[in-house]
Design a protein around this ligand. Sequence first.
Ligand code: SGN
Ligand code: CA
Length: 535
Amino acid sequence: MKLKQLTLLSLISLLFFFWNCSTPEKKQAQKPNILFIMSDDHAYQAISAYGFGLNETPNIDRIAEEGAIFTRACVTNSICAPSRAVMLTGKHSFVNGKVDNVQPFDWNQDNFPKLLQANGYQTAMIGKIHIDGLPLGFDYSMVLPGQGQYYNPDFLINGERKRLEGYVTEIITDSALDWLKNKRDASQPFCMLYHQKAPHRNWLPAPKYVNLYDDKTFDLPESFFDDYEGRGTAAKEQEMEVNRHMMWGHDFKLIVDPNGDSTGFMNDLNRMNEEQRANWMAAYENENQEFLTNMPEGVELAKWKYNRYIKDYLSCIKSVDDGVGELLDYLDQSGLAENTIVVYTSDQGFYLGEHGWFDKRFMYEESFRTPLLVRYPKEIKAGTEINKLVQNLDFAPTFLDYAGINIPEDMQGLSFRELVGGKTSEWRDAVYYTYYEYPSVHMVKRHYGIATERYKLIHFYYDIDEWEMYDLESDPNEMRNVYDDPNYAEVRKELHERLDEMRSSYGDSDENDQKYLKAYLDHREKARQRAANNK
Ligand code: SGN
Ligand code: CA
């Protein structure tokens, strides 16, 4: 009996010993992996899970079916590089310093990949980052310089420039898979930023998709011929109308314009190899000739332009969706799916002809909002729908939270882990927005504003001083500015108060606006002088 007790005791201590030894690794292994997928200018209207009926994105939809879809995710500043800086730092543009596409970004400040790295994660950044300088916080980086090219793009691989043959979206996917399969250290948890350039302007589809929508005709969106009567000066003076501001070559892919002049599109074609170019010409040239010979007018011309735009745009998305499918399949096959958080988002939304527009920048819904789908089987119930105002400001704190790392106090976003996990329904009821890049391409005026679940209050400043207010419940398309409507006097007062509070709590001010305006104008002036000297 005594001996038996002794053996039992030693067995227990032995078990305890092994359990103890294995704890650190076990804990390590349990840290979730993060696959953060972002595309560029991908409108939520062009993801079938959002129900607009424009196109099919079965692979992106899968993330929502097996996880969550956010119906009112939004950005803090609807433009590329600033959005990425916010995503990395968890801080508003006026705090991280990258307020527009031209101001420098300081890579020495904290970002969430650096913090993951310091806590045992392996990190990689593959695709478009659009921020100059070697990306810091990554064990491996393979990024496009600037905007990058669709065909045979150059990459900076850990800082070294190399041109790769092929189509950008497919190359980025192949490289992401290669890193997951062959380059990473499988004993560590990983965080990979897999960030596509597509569907950014000028929308060159992959060789295999140049004919994807040949048999389809898309109807114009209902607000395509908006006359902006119910809006302010900013909406009237923008330069982002499909009908008026798109270019014959760059956007519509004509080699010669209707006057017979060369458009410059040959530059795009010259980057392709012979096979790619022959494939392209076979797909586009007959239709181009037919268009030039029987050129439509008025509404018919608008329809042609819109169709050329939307077909190219959606064809680019087809390759993005394929890539998501390949990554999800790999997670399944490798047994990683269960322990990997998958996020799909875009750097902001985009106009697909609503109000007659393309591009983004405005705090109006289509560009203010961004798609967001998240899957993490361990915590998120399949088919979850979140209608709260989540912002790209929240990515950094959310990822740190999932990884069990303290969220630095100076990060301004909130972790949405508990919200999406169904542990709480408490959330912020208003968000703050800023936009700075003016005067610039598309001429969207400087503005800032507040959005609540129902209302928006926006101030356009610099060369105008105008307030706009929208009631999304009675006017979801934001066609009628109610700022001066006496019925809204009370709401207007409350929104002003909330806006002032938010500006001060986030650390924003008129002085900030002036500081960044001056830096922007100085930058433009220097660029102008450089150009003049080079003449
Ligand atoms: C380029 C595009 C613009 C676009 C900006 C910013 N013109 O200038 O249409 O708004 O980028 O986009 S293009 O002639 O180069 O296509 S962003 O996504 O990088 O912010
Ligand atoms: Ca963008």
